[in-house]
Design a protein around this ligand. Structure first.
Ligand code: ADP
Ligand code: MG
Length: 198
């Protein structure tokens, strides 16, 4: 078996085929990242794990700590953690990082991938569209994405109705999650094992 198949590269814009409108945004890797997939012969839907790489968080605010800034001095009472806006406006706490990345956005997450032909190249080249089963705080175009493909779910199908397509995507997600509950796949969810693949 060719699995696991390892891929990585910067996330590119897709073809505007409405992934988000279908409730299923799909992140695309560039052509250069796809040769590993030529070891499989079937177009269709695959499952595995993916991770998006964000810049390291600032050392003073590790992602595991609370987002509340530390008190600026001993004479200043700490701001109420339940309502930071109520703190003394004449002595505001230091501004938090402008765009803190939730630690779950950095985590290894389950994914489903549609492997098809790329219409931009007159269907002569492969395209891989990856839906990560996690709600991200922002889009991540341009970010490095790492992908471990573990198995095949089903062939490509033509849909006459949008509802049928949306339904099948939901089934694919459930199948993927169930497949990855196999104990043997647990190692790939482990951060150090995952990191070692790249
Ligand atoms: P495009 O045609 O550019 O691929 P989509 O509607 O398919 O547009 O949205 C894909 C983009 O959405 C990704 O490139 C990524 O930046 C963002 N995105 C947000 N959440 C996810 C997610 N859970 N899985 C994949 N992409 C996501
Ligand atoms: Mg897409």
């Amino acid at each position: 078996a060719p699995f696991p198949i390892i891929m990585n590269g910067p996330v590119q814009r897709g073809f505007g085929r409405g992934g988000k409108e279908l409730g299923c945004p799909t992140a695309n890797l560039p052509e250069e990242s796809l040769p590993a997939m030529s070891s499989v012969t079937s177009l269709g839907v695959y499952y595995g794990y993916a991770q998006v790489i964000f810049p390291p968080s600032s050392p003073s605010t590790p992602s595991t700590s609370t987002l509340a800034p530390p008190p600026s001095s001993a004479s200043t009472p700490p701001p109420s953690s339940s309502d930071p806006a109520s703190s003394d406006p004449t002595n505001p706490p230091p501004a938090p990082p402008s765009n803190p990345i939730p630690s779950a956005d950095r985590a290894v997450q389950p994914m489903v991938m549609s492997l098809g032909k790329n219409p931009f190249y007159k269907n002569e080249h492969l395209s891989a569209e990856i839906h990560i089963m996690h709600t991200f705080s922002n889009d991540f175009y341009g970010r490095e994405m790492r992908v471990v493909v573990l198995g095949y779910i089903r062939p490509e199908l033509d849909y006459t109705s949008r509802d049928d397509l949306i339904n099948d995507i939901e089934i694919d997600k459930h199948v993927a999650v169930r497949c990855m509950q196999r104990p043997a796949y647990g190692v790939f969810h482990d951060r150090e094992t995952f990191d070692a693949l790249f």
